[in-house]
Design a protein around this ligand. Structure first.
Ligand code: SF4
Ligand code: SF4
Length: 95
């Protein structure tokens, strides 16, 4: 396979993976509203969120989210929302 084709496939796959991770049992991210300010992933105490190559947020470690709503409360654009039940979430990592 040509290197260009391989790179294209890789890019597409990465993009699709990032797309998928805008939604989890606990969180929904409205990508169009996200202005890539970084507040949510800087404040998340669990390290659940990360930035994609455009600086927009995606859910990197969905299983770590405790539903604390810090990201939701601080997002200036209402682009991230907790939709799951925090009672069913793992306990906060206090380390
Ligand atoms: S705080 Fe809101 S606008 Fe800023 S990166 Fe997070 S989701 Fe996007
Ligand atoms: S709800 Fe809390 S733990 Fe989950 S992503 Fe937002 S800030 Fe992080």
């Amino acid at each position: 396979m040509e290197e260009n084709t391989l790179q294209k496939l890789k890019k597409e796959l990465t993009h699709k993976t990032e797309e998928k991770l805008r939604r989890s049992d606990m969180l929904v991210i409205y990508q169009k509203w996200c202005k890539a300010c970084g507040i949510c992933y800087d404040l998340c105490p669990q390290g659940t969120l990360a930035a994609d190559k455009e600086g927009k947020v995606y859910i990197r470690y969905p299983e770590t989210c405790t539903g604390c709503r810090i990201c939701e409360r601080h997002c200036p654009d209402f682009a991230i929302m907790v939709v799951g039940n925090p009672r069913k979430a793992p306990k906060a990592n206090t380390k």
